[in-house]
Design a protein around this ligand. Structure first.
Ligand code: SAM
Length: 238
């Protein structure tokens, strides 16, 4: 896949990073027998839908977000089996990554990944993002928030923007994208102290599937009432 990495991201993994990707795959396949972590288990599908997709989202217009080359603080909200956060922590060893999920058993599994892959720049956090986003130690503290497959787009904006510092970025990973979603996003983002910086459509390199990534810039403070209480952002979207 080295050529595909080069062609699509103008980047290629080191041998160590390739080994870490391979180990990650094996650990997930093994754990999948007992934990319901992912339906994506074929090697090529895993590469495209988990590894490539995770990293492509951090490279709008095929250039990695500049702060990732420095010592960015990143939070992955609803990380599940570790996507997109674990691939990001593999390729950006200077960033500090927090992997958040509300399910304890998923976080326990990620702890074993972090140990096995010697990922010292990542740590896990168990909790609901609606509560974490109201805690001083996390609120408006991250340069970058990433969120994939955790709910409707307004909820994703409400989960992510309160955690981002002023000037920072939230990336919402989506498959398809509709005009209706566009409108609900605009109204949500305005209320949360953000602005829609870019909506990028691209196709995946193996199966030519359509993807969208939404890049939200934090331009003001998020009002104290956001995120709202657990469950409200998904049931009553902004
Ligand atoms: N991001 C991963 C991916 O794309 O493969 C996992 C997506 S999975 C469909 C959604 C994950 O978000 C689950 O692991 C779930 O436990 C977590 N989640 C859902 N709502 C959450 C919330 N309010 N706070 C924290 N985690 C949440």
């Amino acid at each position: 896949m080295v050529e595909l990495w080069k062609k699509t991201l103008n980047w290629q993994p080191t041998n160590q990073q390739q080994n870490q990707f391979q180990q990650l795959y094996q650990l997930i396949i093994e754990a999948n027998r007992n934990l319901n972590l992912t339906r994506i288990t074929e090697p090529e599908e895993f590469w495209e839908k988990h590894l490539w997709d995770s990293l492509r989202g951090t490279a709008p217009k095929q250039e990695f977000i500049p702060v990732l080359h420095e010592d960015a603080s990143v939070i992955d909200i609803g990380t599940g089996a570790g996507f997109p956060g674990v691939p990001i922590s593999i390729i950006f060893p200077n960033t500090q990554i927090t992997l958040l999920d509300s399910t304890r058993k998923k976080i326990n599994f990620i702890d074993t990944i972090l140990t096995n892959l010697s990922l010292n720049n990542a740590k896990t956090l168990v909790g609901r993002v609606e509560e974490i986003g109201q805690e001083n130690q996390h609120r408006q503290s991250y340069d970058l928030a990433v969120i994939r497959a955790v709910g409707n787009v307004s909820a994703c904006a409400e989960y992510s923007l309160p955690l981002v510092k002023k000037g920072g970025l939230a990336v919402i990973y989506r498959g398809s994208w509709t005009e209706e979603e566009n409108q609900s996003l605009e109204s949500a983002v305005k209320q949360l102290g953000g602005r829609v910086e870019l909506i990028e459509e691209f196709t995946t390199p193996l199966t030519n599937s359509i993807r969208h990534c939404i890049y939200l810039r934090k331009v003001g403070n998020t009002p104290a009432n956001f995120p709202r209480a657990v469950g409200i952002p998904t049931h009553k979207p902004l």
